[in-house]
Every structure is written in structure tokens, then in C-alpha cells.
Ligand binder design. Structure first.
Ligand SMILES: [Zn+2]
Length: 210
């Protein structure tokens, strides 16, 4: 019979390994973004008898930045429907879904950044829902730009927390072995039940000083 217990120590490492691998991938994207601007786009047109809808999702990089944008347009107004049908024809011919590159790369911020702290760090976003064609249609445009270092920091937050927790645990174990209060480092003497330094209960197993 397969014993799950044997694999538990390895299973616990999976989130850590996943985060580190992700962080390494983000670093590769980060460096690459200074040489090439990558772009992935997903475009779809949907139709029914009454309406036409256009959806575009794109992810792009450039000069240390990463951008996500989403566009959606749907209408039942005849003139606008024709425009979307034309857009469909030209898009499918010239710029279909998929991967493209831009040279030279530039920071993927649309509409420029504001003067806020986040703006000066390279963060930017917009969210523009609209009713169009006198209520016969809807449009939604939204976008998010983040500096790639912030994605790296997010990926590393879990490994960093694991590291800090490990350091604190070892410090606690070392202090207990040396007869010091794990909380404040005070040398606990004799049979004191509470630490004279911080007045916390002395943990069991503490090696006492004579
Ligand atoms: Zn103490």
C-alpha cells in the first residue's frame, strides 16, 4: 500500500516550489520586456439575430511593465452593427488573435499615468462602462498596468514568509536549548515558572541555568 505519510514533507514544498518557479519566470519576462514587447490577444465576435458583440482581451509587456486590457462592445443598433461587422472582417484578415511583437518596446500604460504615488511607480488602471446607441448597446473598457517587479514581489511574498518563519522557529529552538526565554532572551534560572524578563510562562523543555 502506498503510504501518503512518506510524501507529506515533499507535498508541503509544492507551493514553495511553485512560487519560486513562477518568480523565476517573471524575472525572465522582466528582462525580456526591455528588448521585446510581447503581446497576446484574444479576439472574438459573437452574433445573434438581434445583436453583434466584440470581445478583446490582451496581455502585453514592455520596458519593465505589464498590461492587461479588456474591451467589450455589444450593440443591436444597425449602423453600429455594420461597423462591428467591418471590424470583424478586417481584424480577422490583418490582426487575428494570437501573439505579436512590438519594436521598440514601450511602457504599456494607456492614457498616461497620474501624479499619485502608485502612478509614479508605474501602476495604472481604468474602468469605463458605457451605454451606447441610446441604450441599444453596451461598451466596457478596462485595463490594468503594473510594473513587473510588483508581480515578482507578489510571487516572492510566500517564500519570504516561509523563510522568516523558519528563522524565527530556529531562534526559538536555539534559545530554549540555551536556557533563554524564547520570547525575550532572558536567562531563566532555577525553577522560575514565569520569565523574569517578560513575565510570560516558561515553555516546557527549557534547559535551566543553574
Ligand atoms: Zn522572557
Amino acid at each position: 500500500m502506498l503510504r501518503i505519510e512518506r510524501f507529506k514533507p515533499y507535498l508541503r514544498q509544492i507551493p514553495l516550489i511553485f512560487c519560486l518557479a513562477l518568480a523565476a519566470g517573471v524575472v525572465a519576462i522582466w528582462v525580456r520586456s526591455y528588448f521585446v514587447a510581447d503581446r497576446y490577444r484574444w479576439i472574438s465576435f459573437d452574433r445573434s439575430e438581434d445583436w453583434v458583440a466584440y470581445t478583446r482581451l490582451s496581455v502585453g509587456t514592455g520596458l519593465g511593465g505589464m498590461n492587461f486590457s479588456y474591451n467589450y462592445e455589444r450593440t443591436s443598433e444597425p449602423g453600429h452593427r455594420n461597423l462591428l461587422e467591418q471590424l470583424r472582417t478586417t481584424t480577422l484578415q490583418t490582426r487575428p488573435s494570437g501573439y505579436s511583437q512590438a519594436q521598440p518596446p514601450r511602457y504599456p500604460l494607456r492614457g498616461g499615468s497620474d501624479d499619485s504615488t502608485l502612478g509614479s511607480l508605474g501602476f495604472g488602471w481604468f474602468y469605463l462602462p458605457e451605454r451606447v446607441d441610446d441604450g441599444a448597446g453596451r461598451r466596457l473598457r478596462m485595463g490594468l498596468t503594473v510594473p513587473v517587479w510588483s508581480v515578482f514581489a507578489a510571487c516572492m511574498s510566500y517564500p519570504f514568509a516561509v523563510y522568516v518563519a523558519g528563522v524565527l522557529r530556529r531562534q526559538r529552538e536555539d534559545r530554549i536549548a540555551l536556557g533563554l526565554c524564547p520570547r525575550c532572551g532572558y536567562a531563566v534560572k532555577d525553577d522560575a515558572q514565569r520569565c523574569p524578563g517578560c513575565d510570560r510562562p516558561v515553555p516546557a523543555g527549557l534547559v535551566r541555568h543553574a
